[in-house]
Design a protein around this ligand. Structure first.
Ligand code: OGA
Ligand code: MN
Length: 297
């Protein structure tokens, strides 16, 4: 990282963006190595604010991946769809193909991406779900395309006691195949399914760093809850997502070109708002592999 003049308190500037979560972090340049002091300051701010926005970061894909590695291993998506053909850790959350052409709505990539309009947390269908994600806005939307984040610590605290009683000690199933059911995208092949079988995760989790308790659901992947009929489970997950989408828990990010937004998948959910499909939206994401199984709270 190229060091901004100043040291200690003056080197980095952190500004809260919403009472529930989200802060802007300035004083770093991601087109170069990140030193230990910067990585520690980012990590501390991330644990406090859950979502960090780094403005003015016109990074190359290679540096994007390199910065990701300051916080853990960079995940490689298990399907070829959405994956960059040049840098395999880059996930193309974009409505253009790699030649720059806008894809029609019926394109399989667009069908799969449409799931991101529903609340979720990334890679929750893995036995060890992703710790975090870093999304780089390369061509940003002016007609919508905001990314909204919900603070799931605050959601857990605010849930009615009767709902907490229905959830405590229960696990929800996270199945990658659920995506094809809600988006109409093609079903995973046998081999893809074998590589990513459904997993059961606690619905209340303890954050391994902060020790705080949060609700853990991922509505685009959840198809079952232990001890409930499947229909009731899906309906209940929907009600929980509705509760979590109250303004008091949610920060919506309106993108500027070359923002990087970094979120913690262990204690937040996110979704993208719709935008004009004829408008180019080019976003590249990396994902930080989780550092261990989900801890039940
Ligand atoms: C993601 C995602 C939302 C967006 O990258 O994981 O859900 O704003 N994207 O495109
Ligand atoms: Mn996502």
């Amino acid at each position: 990282m190229n060091i901004t003049p100043g040291t200690g308190a003056t080197r980095f500037q952190v500004r809260s963006l919403h009472p529930a979560l989200g802060a802007e972090f300035r004083g770093v340049d991601f087109n170069g190595p990140v030193d230990e002091e910067a990585a520690a300051a980012i990590h501390a701010a991330w644990m406090e604010h859950l979502v960090l926005v780094f403005p003015d970061q016109p990074v190359t894909d290679d540096w994007h991946v390199e910065v990701t590695r300051c916080f853990g291993e960079a995940e490689v998506f298990h399907q070829d769809i959405l994956k960059s053909t040049t840098v395999r850790e880059i996930f193309r959350v974009s409505n253009t193909d790699e030649t720059g052409t806008i894809m029609p709505r019926e394109h399989p990539t667009m069908q799969q991406l449409s799931s991101a309009r529903t609340w979720h947390t990334d890679s929750s269908y893995r036995p060890v779900p992703a710790m975090g994600s870093l999304l780089h806005g390369i061509e940003v939307s002016r007609t919508g395309g905001q990314t909204c984040f919900s603070n799931m610590y605050a959601v857990w605290e605010a849930l009615p006691e009767a709902w907490k009683d229905r959830i405590r000690g229960r696990r929800a199933r996270h199945d990658f195949e659920m995506l094809s059911r809600i988006t109409g995208a093609r079903k995973p092949t046998e081999a893809e399914r074998a590589a990513m079988p459904p997993v059961w995760q606690p619905m209340v989790r303890r954050h391994p760093v902060t020790g705080r308790t949060s609700l853990y659901i991922s509505p685009i992947y959840n198809d079952r809850i232990e001890g409930m009929e499947d229909e009731d489970a899906v309906e209940f997950i929907g009600e929980l997502a509705e509760f979590a989408s109250q303004e008091r828990f949610v920060y919506c990010h309106r993108w500027e070109t070359d923002d990087i937004v970094m979120w913690d998948n262990r204690c937040t959910m996110h979704r993208v708002t719709p935008h004009d499909p004829g408008e180019r939206r080019v976003m590249h994401r990396t994902t930080i592999v989780g550092d261990g199984p989900v801890l039940a709270a």
